[in-house]
Write a protein that binds this ligand. Structure first.
Ligand code: SF4
Ligand code: SF4
Length: 180
């Protein structure tokens, strides 16, 4: 896709919003592609991480807001550590997810946001991920009742999954402080 750059591209309200919420200087990206080259999920994404940044720079709101990429991002921070311009791309992906949810956008698929929300609830209540609870709640709420059940049993038998959650003392405080 060939894009002719116009002045309004650089005055994009969407780009300014993402910059403010993520506290990142998105225009400093010079499209070296190092973020995408290291992304372990890139092969599944509809737009690579550097393309997402470019589209935000150009104010291509619809393309970004309809992309699966932010929901596939595993927040592994590889892109963030590789970026020569010190752009925290993982944080930008988080910001896009927040904007999508706050604007009640039609999400590319319903299961990933569901998993995301259960994951955060698990962190909120126990301070770390409670895998058995996460899998159980996800399977139940997504109606994939038997998804990965055999894998879960094998992991449990090998001692990789704890039956009960390990609660980290004071874990609720982190979310409270974030809210403040
Ligand atoms: S690594 Fe940084 S500068 Fe390079 S394309 Fe990605 S975000 Fe842009
Ligand atoms: S944080 Fe997300 S976008 Fe960045 S490398 Fe990891 S999966 Fe890819």
């Amino acid at each position: 896709m060939r894009i002719v750059l116009k002045k309004e591209h650089f005055e994009s309200e969407f780009r300014k919003k993402v910059e403010i919420l993520s506290n990142q200087k998105i225009l400093t990206c010079y499209q070296c592609g190092k973020c995408s080259a290291g992304c372990p999920i890139g092969y599944e994404m509809d737009y690579l991480p550097n393309q997402i940044v470019r589209m935000i720079q150009l104010g291509m709101t619809d393309e970004v807001m309809n992309s699966k990429t932010p929901w596939l991002c595993a927040s592994c921070q590889t892109c963030t550590t590789r970026c020569p311009r010190e752009i925290d791309l993982a944080r930008i992906m988080d910001t896009i997810r927040i904007i999508m949810q706050s604007q009640k956008c039609k999400l590319p698929d319903k299961d990933t946001p569901l998993l995301n929300s259960i994951f955060l609830s698990s962190l909120k209540f126990t301070g770390r991920v409670y895998e058995v609870g996460l899998l159980g709640a996800y399977n139940l709420l997504s109606m994939h009742l038997f998804k990965d059940v055999l894998l879960g049993i094998r992991m449990f038998l090998k001692g990789k999954l704890a039956l009960f959650p390990h609660v980290v003392k004071g874990s609720g405080g982190i979310f409270k402080r974030l809210k403040e």
